[in-house]
Design a protein around this ligand. Structure first.
Ligand code: NAD
Length: 509
């Protein structure tokens, strides 16, 4: 049931993929090691940029913005269309690199690149739809309207678990909105970032006259992120990562009156009601809780099950958890790849210990493949039956742990769904119309994403993505998320000969 990758092969495999993607030379020289969670091996070394280099990147990006903002938006959309075309051409290689560097199974690696392509298509269409309103005015011979203008440099800070898609959600919109982008990817996934940068450069070369610095990659750790966060020439910071990171970034951006788009931790629940279709529910729960080895911000972490179906559902889930194949994410049969690193494994074990101490019963959660691969961290997903929603359950542990809780009345289930600090994604499984509608209503789920008969993970780019409370409140990708990357000007035009004042005020000189 388990197959693990052979050590010794991945570095050369990664080199070959990087070469095909156009990454080499100085981009692969530097002090920082890029590792693969598949074996724990170092795949390559990359540069590390300090505050000075970030400062210079911002200066170039600002200059690029001043030129780019005057390019008509549909023409800006053409650049994003070309980028999408380049991505289509390299989808398999980029997806394979996502798998090598972030540990996603092959179909999820490919899905992540597909998401990049989808947002490019979306943004290309959007480039002809950045429209404001015409508003009724109380003054005769006047017209009132709103105009949307580019903002400037968008700083994008991204997490390891969506190493390429998150940048694209931001960058594709930012480019059509007339902004420039400086990207600080996770220090755990620099190779995929270098690859995306190379692909974008090819699109820019095809486009022809893209200002130098429109898209800049700065590789580094927290210091590089902080340099971006504190720079007043960066009016928008879009930061994706842990709530701890957002707690630092949010106030720093606010201090200088910048705009922060925060996409932080989630602690996503699903309620399973007595009328739920259990076949569908088991499949949805399995994917949402174990997919990406529980390392999605939208991973299902809490299952709130009605007393009447609890035993039947938990028995079926135990069977699913026992049969799921953990191992090499490149193997077709594998559904659960590795955790990103040893720290993630340590955090997972601490959470399981705390759950046991609070009366929880743990099934699974143990490390596998350790003898063959001491530097890689593969675990069996854990199912934890809990007597109550304890502090451990209320915290996000970025690992495949599904806490199962019981409920009696639907109101209690909704209360449990909402009684955590995070507010990203949520679901209800029911065929009862009243329960479904209540869950989506004002007194239902308090999350940014609320679903019916589908798990909380696996969003499409057409909708606005993000969550409330400690998830940060940001929205990205579809719907009208583009407005966060532009500034709105309200314009009043007097085409008459008089000067009527609003609210009947008179002022004659
Ligand atoms: P992380 O917070 O450790 O790091 C994320 C990024 O922030 C990295 O690039 C890191 O270098 C940078 N960073 C960290 N501290 C910083 C600071 N003080 N100032 C500036 N930059 C800083 O997160 P991670 O471990 O890479 O990712 C996992 C977390 O991300 C989880 O909590 C997950 O829920 C969250 N996440 C959220 C979303 C979402 O859309 N809501 C999406 C993906 C991941």
């Amino acid at each position: 049931m388990s197959r693990f990758p052979e050590p010794g092969i991945l570095p050369s495999e990664a080199r070959e993929i990087l070469t095909r993607l156009g990454v080499g030379g100085d981009a692969l020289r530097g002090p920082r090691a890029a590792c693969s969670p598949l074996t724990g091996e170092v795949l390559a070394h990359v540069p590390e940029m300090g505050a000075g280099e970030v400062e210079r990147a911002i200066a170039r990006a600002h200059a690029a913005y001043l030129a780019w903002r005057t390019v008509p938006a549909p023409r800006r959309g053409e650049l994003v269309r070309l980028f999408g075309a380049e991505l289509r051409a390299v989808k398999a290689d980029l997806a394979a690199l996502v798998t090598l560097e972030a540990g996603k199974i092959a179909s999820e690696g490919a899905g992540e690149v597909q998401e990049m392509i989808d947002i490019c298509d979306f943004a290309t269409g959007l480039s002809r739809q950045l429209h404001g309103l015409t508003i009724a005015t109380e003054r005769p011979d006047h017209r009132m309207m709103e105009t949307w203008h580019p903002m400037g440099v968008v700083g994008v800070i991204s997490a390891f678990n969506f190493p390429v898609a998150v940048w694209s959600w931001n960058a594709a919109l930012a480019f059509v909105c007339g902004d420039a982008v400086v990207w600080k990817p996770s220090e755990k996934t620099p190779l995929t970032a270098l690859a995306v940068d190379a692909v974008f450069r090819r699109a820019a070369a095809r486009f022809g006259d893209v200002p130098e610095g429109l898209s800049t990659l700065v590789l580094g750790g927290r210091d590089a992120g902080e340099a971006l966060v504190d720079d007043a020439r960066v009016p928008i910071i879009s930061a994706t990562g842990s709530t701890a990171m957002g707690r630092s970034v949010g106030p720093r951006v606010a201090e200088r009156f910048g705009r922060a788009i925060l996409e932080l931790g989630g602690n996503n629940a699903a309620i399973v009601c007595p009328s739920a279709d259990l076949d569908l529910t088991v499949r949805a729960v399995a994917f949402a809780a174990m997919g990406t080895a529980g390392q999605r911000c939208t991973s299902l972490r809490r299952l709130i099950v009605h007393d009447g179906i609890y035993d039947a559902l938990v028995a079926r889930l135990k069977t699913a958890y026992g049969s799921v194949s953990v191992g090499d994410p490149r193997a077709a049969a594998t559904l659960v790849g590795p955790l990103i690193d040893g720290a993630a494994f340590g955090t997972m074990q601490l959470a399981l210990d705390a759950a046991r101490a609070a009366g929880g019963t743990v099934t699974g959660g143990e490390r596998v493949g350790e003898a063959a691969l001491p530097g890689a961290f593969y675990v069996r997903p854990a199912l934890v039956e809990m007597p109550a929603q304890t502090d451990t359950v209320a915290a996000e542990t970025f690992a495949p742990i599904l806490y199962v809780l019981r409920y009696g009345a639907f109101a209690e289930a909704v209360r449990l769904n909402n009684e955590v600090p995070q507010g990203l994604a949520s679901s209800v499984f029911t065929t009862d119309l009243r329960e479904a509608e209540l869950f989506l209503s004002v007194t239902g789920s308090d999350c940014g994403i609320a679903n019916v008969n589908i798990g909380p993970s696996g969003a499409e780019i057409g909708g606005a993505f993000g969550g409330e409370k400690e998830t940060g409140g940001g929205r990205e990708a579809g719907s009208d998320s583009w407005k966060a990357y532009m500034r709105r000007a309200t314009n009043t035009i007097n085409y008459g000969m008089k000067l009527p004042l609003a609210q009947g005020v008179t002022f004659e000189v």
